[in-house]
Design a protein around this ligand. Structure first.
Ligand code: 8YV
Length: 331
């Protein structure tokens, strides 16, 4: 009797480009599963699961899915949602989607820099609410923002997205600083000519700060009250990486007290919840963790994710591994 097709579970419906020949693909609900347990129950018996940034993949989940699970393919470049040690201990591959998200996320960072600097949240609300009609034509001193031209941009992290953001910033002739554990020759040479600094030095000097570091134990609340206090009152903070890198309550406080000028946030500590204090402020632009949400990026993410799954199911190394099984798997 022919064996049944290999089962792949995607936690949500994926774009049509998610094709893995010979496999049966079952998809979770549009808005994702209500709990890890519900996802695990649905995915039981799968050889591959495709996960979204909001889904925690832990030892309990892996065990509930079963020992036939070969790969956790994250539909994102960040993989802080996955217990990689638990996957390694069970000889399960973990893959992500680097490169595919780079350009769209860098666009998002620049969009938030400009939007926050030019008070877009306030301006948009001013028009929609009818406030403009009551107020009248703006005068020379109304709604004045900050320029990007010739200003200093600090990149916290020096990976692909930081570099793509830095390249875009050259259009404004920005002076670049970066924070990284090790020197990055491609940041320090033309065209970026960025200078490596400590976080403290960078925060003091920067007019714009853009976060591009993965979330780890070391980067949790990397930007807290002490760091915000170092920033200029005219400075703008942008986060397109992971919410918990910034202490959200401390940021709300810094914005409310005008310790910094503005912020642009695509990521939050407890998504989809956002601190009420932040939502009340008009010097912060808020977007719903949609950095990679453009057509080109989503297509590339989907294709790469499918290639990762297909390779592992066919016994080959996937193109973008994070965790590689150490022991040969019984087939
Ligand atoms: C999100 C991301 O997956 O790649 C990442 O790490 O955070 C993003 O691509 C996406 O924006 C969620 O909508």
């Amino acid at each position: 009797m022919p064996s049944p097709p290999t089962l792949i579970t995607t936690s949500r419906p994926l774009p049509a480009e998610f094709v893995v020949p010979g496999a049966r693909i079952q998809t979770g609900p549009e808005r994702g599963f209500p709990s890890t347990q519900a996802f695990a129950d649905f995915a039981k018996g799968s050889a591959a699961i495709v996960t979204w940034v909001s889904e925690r993949v832990d030892a309990q989940m892996l065990d509930a899915i079963g020992p036939q699970l070969k790969i956790v393919a994250n539909f994102a470049v960040g993989y802080d949602n996955i217990d990689t040690d638990a996957c390694a201990a069970r000889n399960i591959w973990v893959t992500n989607t680097p490169d595919a998200v780079t350009e769209a996320t860098a666009d998002c960072a620049l969009m938030l820099m400009l939007a926050a600097a030019r008070k877009l949240a306030h301006a948009d609300n001013f028009v929609r609410s009818g406030e403009w009609e009551k107020f009248g034509i703006l005068g020379p001193a109304d709604m004045i923002g900050m320029p990007l031209e010739n200003k200093t941009l600090l990149l916290v992290g020096a990976g692909r997205i930081a570099k793509a953001t830095a390249l875009r910033s050259l259009a404004w002739n920005m002076n670049l600083l970066y924070v990284a554990r090790n020197p990055k020759p491609d940041f320090e040479t033309a065209p970026l000519n960025a200078k490596r600094v400590t976080l403290e030095e960078g925060l003091k000097q920067a007019d714009f700060v853009s976060i591009h570091t993965p979330l780890t134990k070391e980067t949790h609340h990397l930007i807290g009250p002490a760091q915000l206090a170092l920033m200029k009152p005219t400075a703008v903070l942008v986060n397109t990486a992971r919410g918990p890198v910034v202490d959200e309550a401390a940021l709300a406080e810094a914005l409310a007290s005008e310790c910094i000028f503005a912020a642009g946030l695509d990521v939050f500590e407890n998504e989809p919840a956002v601190q009420t204090a932040l939502k009340k402020l008009d010097n912060v632009v808020l977007t719903p963790h949609f950095g990679s949400a453009n057509v080109s990026s989503r297509t590339q993410m989907t294709r790469l994710c499918a290639r990762n799954v297909q390779a592992v199911l066919e016994g080959r190394d996937p193109p973008t591994p994070i965790v590689r099984p150490q022991a040969p798997r019984a087939r």
